[in-house]
Design a protein around this ligand. Structure first.
Ligand SMILES: C[S@@+](CC[C@H](N)C(=O)[O-])C[C@H]1O[C@@H](n2cnc3c(N)ncnc32)[C@H](O)[C@@H]1O
Length: 222
């Protein structure tokens, strides 16, 4: 129904999504990343925001606390159930959907966030095109991905080795599409986004602090 990669992602996160979320909640570098990401968003009060690949809804909750109107989509029904459970006291519209083909109208959102969800899509530009479609003119897109340099240092030892890779994380076996910095930036530009800011948070509390773990790209739909 959704295509091979999306079906695989759905299966993986149905099985391991809770474990993934718990391990992220214990990760000090993730907390640091989140602080930097939210500091890049100026005033979100009253803004309509889509969290594309929302997982357990952690960002959705924070954004509602910041007085935004929030929508969360995810391919995994288990993640959406977890998000609904975690956010039961919050007014958030959660739906099961592929980020490449969302149920929203053109020009609906002020902000789209994709945190670690583009990794499961082969056709990056097609997803960015969908983000651009649902964003208002001058709407902001925040793309958060594992830093391409980290992929090289930890896994491939070759910066230019891209494409689909399988790896283990504790008990979880999952895939990511590896990409270069060039591919992220050029794909955004080709789909009509202007880059506003790039952040490469310096890791904290780890022995692997000589390279960035994450990449955040803030861009605007022109
Ligand atoms: C690594 S988790 C990140 C979750 C959350 N954004 C976070 O930062 O903690 C990736 C999420 O993207 C979802 N996902 C993967 N492929 C997707 C797709 N094609 N459409 C929608 N969601 C997808 C997964 O189900 C999972 O919840």
């Amino acid at each position: 129904m959704y295509g091979k990669d999306s079906e695989e992602a759905r299966r993986i996160f149905n099985a391991y999504g809770k474990y993934y979320n718990e391990s992220e909640e214990r990760n000090p570098n993730r907390k640091h990343l989140d602080q930097i990401l939210f500091s890049m968003m100026k005033d979100v009060k009253g803004k309509k925001i889509l969290d594309a690949g929302c997982g357990a809804g952690n960002y959705c909750k924070i954004l509602v606390d910041m007085e935004a109107e929030v929508f969360g989509i995810d391919i995994s029904p288990c993640m959406i159930d977890l998000a609904k459970e975690q956010c039961k006291d919050y007014k958030i519209d959660f739906r099961i959907s592929d980020i490449e083909n969302t149920p929203f109208d053109d020009n609906e959102f002020d902000i789209v966030i994709s945190a670690f969800s583009l990794l499961y899509k082969k056709d990056l530009r097609s997803v960015l095109r969908e983000f651009k479609r649902v964003l208002k003119k001058d709407g902001e897109a925040y793309v958060v991905v594992p830093h391409p340099v980290r992929k090289m240092v930890k896994y491939t030892h070759d910066y230019f080795e891209t494409g689909k890779h399988w790896q283990n994380r504790g008990e979880m076996r999952f895939f990511n599409y590896y990409r270069t910095m060039e591919e992220y930036i050029n794909s955004l530009a080709l789909e009509g986004f202007s880059i506003k800011e790039i952040r490469e948070p310096k890791p904290i509390k780890t022995s692997d602090n000589s390279f960035p773990h994450y990449l955040i790209i803030k861009s605007v739909s022109s």
